[in-house]
Design a binder for this molecule. Structure first.
Ligand code: NI
Length: 130
């Protein structure tokens, strides 16, 4: 597993609903001017140990993948406005974890299993797939 950290702003909002309905469902999370979180990310790669290296995966390679494809895209960004994937997808911690999985899955060899754990706060986190 490799841990990473990013901070990002978002707003939870369903654009089909009225402002009143959004406020009712999402509370402060629907505030029009956005708010931020310090996200803690755990990327777990499951596989068998390579006989030559003794590694399942080189954590330097995993770290580089996370930096290049996740942190570059999400860190210090407004998820709703800056990240294409959330143009029409509510940036809940569930959906962010799923998007991270979708980005990383094709970048890893098929032999590996991938699990994402994403903390939005120290007490709220999501695992994808679960
Ligand atoms: Ni939030």
């Amino acid at each position: 597993s490799r841990k990473a950290h990013f901070n990002a702003a978002h707003r939870l909002y369903n654009n089909v609903w009225t402002d009143a309905r959004n406020a009712e469902i999402f509370g402060k999370c629907a505030n029009p001017n956005f708010h931020g979180h310090n996200y803690e990310l755990d990327v777990k790669v499951i596989g068998s140990i390579n006989e030559d290296t003794g590694y399942v995966i080189d954590t330097k390679d995993l770290s580089d993948l996370i930096k290049m494809h996740i942190l570059e895209k999400f860190d210090h960004k407004n998820l709703n406005l800056d990240v294409e994937e959330f143009k029409d997808l509510n940036p809940t911690v569930e959906n962010i974890a799923m998007v991270i999985y979708m980005i990383l899955r094709p970048l890893l060899e098929e032999q590996y299993e991938l699990k994402i754990k994403l903390y939005e706060t120290p007490r709220n986190f999501v695992e994808f797939p679960y």
